[in-house]
Design a binder for this molecule. Structure first.
Ligand code: OGA
Ligand code: MN
Length: 294
């Protein structure tokens, strides 16, 4: 059975037309996963999924991440569990844990670069739209890599990048307090290859605001390289900007796409519900050419 799809831009994003029951049945899950990897982001309009349906849709596509409650030594709940659906809102009453870091979402990023195996995909549906702004943008790090000259690809294939939370959050909040900066710095950092050779056969750049520096490179050179790759990747031709309507569902392949929220009004009740699918493969660098090691 073929899916009813239409590209949203030439290089990234497709709109999928599918009835809710067909989506939730899982009968098209393989085809939707293939579409996701091919197009980076998939949008379905008019679904109006509640949390239970969002979870069901997520489970057809992969391994749903469920946040278990964290308890202190006295058994008191320190952090609530989320039963697979996370509320994304700046309102501390909705999600106190998230509101502390959410401003970082305004810059281009990949989720979970601090993890050994970053999440595979995210399902995202609005529950309350902002009055102004609040679009979500997506950039294909697959397409951005594929368009680079072969010699540059071969060089980038050899590099590793260290990802840190202070690199991700400081540019989004330069007036942070020393205490905030200390908290960000206390999070573990993670080194990943700059180029991901996916099991699917595609390659992509592993870019995000969390990319702090290239290992073993002079800091100035490393800064210039990461900046240049970021500017290359977020060119119009590799991006899709989604203007939200109630009932939408967007799914993105977090392994080959960066995303960001566009600014919205202060005090906004903007709220999304999201399901995260766990990663299925560690970030693996492309294998070196045999000739090189001979
Ligand atoms: C996220 C995120 C973007 C948005 O939930 O990880 O970056 O538009 N969201 O809210
Ligand atoms: Mn994000």
């Amino acid at each position: 059975m073929t899916l009813n799809t239409a590209p949203l831009t030439p290089r990234i994003g497709s709109e999928l037309k599918i009835a809710k029951a067909d989506l939730l049945s899982g009968n098209h899950a393989h085809a939707i996963r293939d579409l996701l990897v091919e197009r980076g982001a998939v949008v379905i309009r008019g679904l109006h999924l509640d949390d239970e349906e969002l979870r069901t849709a997520a489970r057809t596509l992969g391994d749903l991440r469920v946040g278990t409650a964290k308890r202190g030594a006295d058994g008191k709940v320190l952090k609530e569990g989320d039963e697979g659906v996370l509320k994304v809102s700046l309102d501390p009453k909705v999600n106190p844990d998230y509101a502390r870091f959410l401003f970082g979402n305004l810059l281009w990023h990949m989720d979970g670069t601090y993890e050994a195996v970053p999440p595979f995909a995210t399902l995202f549906t609005p529950h309350h739209l902002s009055m102004q702004g609040g679009d979500t943008m997506f950039a294909s790090t697959y397409a951005a890599y594929e368009d680079l000259p072969a010699e540059e690809q071969a060089f980038l294939d050899t590099l590793r990048v260290v990802h840190t939370m202070q690199a991700a959050l400081f540019p989004a909040k330069r007036d942070c307090t020393p205490e905030e900066f200390a908290i960000w710095s206390s999070y573990p950092q993670r080194s990943h290859p700059l180029v991901w050779q996916h099991k699917s056969g595609r390659k992509s750049l592993v870019l995000s605001t969390s990319a702090a520096y290239v290992e073993g490179m002079h800091p100035a050179e490393s800064h210039d390289l990461l900046q240049r790759l970021m500017l290359h990747t977020v060119q119009d031709k590799y991006t899709y900007r989604h203007k939200w309507q109630e009932g939408d569902l967007a799914i993105w392949d977090n392994t080959g796409v960066m995303h960001r929220a566009m600014p919205f009004e202060e005090g906004s009740k903007r709220e999304f519900h999201r399901c995260t699918l766990n990663g299925e493969e560690p970030i693996t660098a492309p294998a070196r050419e045999l000739a090189e090691s001979a």
